[in-house]
Design a protein around this ligand. Structure first.
Ligand code: SF4
Length: 433
């Protein structure tokens, strides 16, 4: 089968991010002729997509819808219009099976299938195995049965979409059984200028339970770890065969479980990987010995997402961290002098107080004074995502209807401290964000 994989277009919003999902899918389709296209790095996105469809003449087109909108930005940007432009462009020259998958699709799958009849099949949750099985079923022609492939949306004769069989909890791809992503499917250069433009994963899953996060729904709570030597080999090849200079680890939290992260870093050092990298860390359990190993393995940027700076808000957000741990980890990173540090906070999350917000601002100013341009801060809006405890809280508080699909973005801002939301919006606007 000739399979064309397309990254959905973001309409020009934000810097490009290498579509690692397409690289994973491409690697999972041995024996098929696979091509990829990412309109996000094209000078004329839809014209180049149309040209690729005509030139490649695919049997199947798969579109990865990773992001529905810009999520936590002050002004939410919807990526559905550019997604629809992709579907329209593909359909203009292609009448075969059109498949959509990806994180964004999976979170809103029933609604997207209902409102976009151009889509024939939807791949639900992690895509490697169901997509490969779907391609085999389509390749078998009348002898194949896409409806027998688990975790796929198919259409009945009247066009109604249904999920073939819900993915059983924990029935996620065993990473040991999957090939490494094929990073040769698209050139790395257009993404390499962005510090987090190329991502590599060492595991999937997150055992933590942040209130707002759909990651557990998408990738499960159990850690599924890759062989550290395999990660190191993949990085070595990216560096020496494809000229990569830096990347970011895509793991939910790199330093949990810490033993696996240590093994990955030791394997990188042993293999002679000299790439620079960043990763998301949790403050809890972070110590100097771990950070020294990270530095020696090439880490130059530590990203934290404490989200709040008050113990009450941290508890309500489900963050496994305290203000004392935030301070201690900051001090370690600052004193080592070899890292940049990046923080994410929310303006007005559940449990926010004036005292905590003032503490967060004081922390920001202190870090800026002490680390200058090596300290970075994002102060975010809290979008309510489906399949999260925050959606349940928002329903209990009457902000949304229970079971609302949330495709149209709803943001959460604690009612009794709404003035903080307004205050931070003024600050962000003044900062041009
Ligand atoms: S640590 Fe990150 S991935 Fe895990 S639940 Fe929290 S926000 Fe989600």
């Amino acid at each position: 089968m000739r399979v064309l994989l397309v990254q959905s277009w973001l309409g020009g919003d934000g810097p490009p991010v290498y579509p690692v999902g397409l690289a994973c899918l491409a690697a999972s389709l041995p024996g098929h002729d696979v091509a990829c296209v990412d309109p996000n790095v094209a000078a004329d996105p839809m014209a180049e997509l149309a040209a690729k469809v005509r030139a490649f003449a695919p049997d199947v087109v798969g579109v990865s819808l990773r992001n529905i909108d810009s999520t936590n930005t002050r002004v939410n940007v919807s990526y559905l219009p550019p997604f629809e432009a992709v579907l329209d462009t593909v359909r203009r020259d292609f009448s075969g099976p059109l498949v959509v998958g990806g994180s964004g699709f999976s979170m809103f799958a029933p609604r997207i299938m209902e409102t976009h009849p151009a889509i024939d099949y939807g791949v639900y949750l992690e895509g490697e195995l169901p997509f490969a099985a779907l391609i085999e079923a389509l390749a078998a022609g009348t002898g194949g049965d896409p409806a027998a492939v688990p975790s796929v949306y198919v259409r009945d004769a009247d066009g109604t979409a249904r999920l073939t069989s819900p993915a059983a909890p924990g029935a996620k791809n065993d990473l040991a059984g999957l090939p490494e992503p094929d990073f040769s499917v698209l050139p790395l250069a257009p993404y390499a200028a962005v510090p987090w433009g190329v991502g590599v994963e060492t595991k999937r899953g997150c055992a933590l339970s942040c209130l707002y996060c759909p990651y557990g729904f998408l990738n499960g709570k159990a850690y599924r770890k890759k062989d550290p030597k395999r990660v190191a080999e993949s990085l070595y090849r990216l560096e020496h065969e494809q000229g990569l200079k830096r990347f970011t680890f895509l793991d939910s939290v790199f330093n949990v479980p810490a033993d696996h992260a240590r093994d990955v870093m030791r394997a990188m050092i042993a293999r002679g990987v000299t790439l620079s990298w960043s990763a998301w860390f949790t403050e809890r359990g972070l110590n100097r010995e771990f950070l020294e190993l990270a530095r020696d393995a090439g880490c130059d940027t530590v990203i934290f997402s404490p989200d709040a700076y008050g113990d009450g808000a941290l508890r309500k957000l489900g963050k496994a961290v305290t203000v004392a741990e935030i301070d201690a980890a900051y001090g370690l990173v600052r004193d080592m002098g070899c890292f940049e540090v990046s923080y994410n906070f929310f303006k007005n999350p559940p449990g926010q107080t004036l005292f905590a917000a003032a503490g967060m601002l004081a922390f920001l100013l202190r870090a800026k004074r002490q680390m200058g341009r090596r300290a970075h801060f994002e102060i975010n809006t809290l979008r309510v995502e489906p399949h999260t405890a925050l959606a349940e809280l928002a329903a209990r508080e009457g902000l949304i209807e229970p079971g609302a699909d949330l495709l149209t973005p709803v943001t959460y801002s604690q009612q009794k401290t709404l003035y903080l939301d307004k205050f931070f919006n003024l600050l962000l606007r003044a900062a041009g964000k």
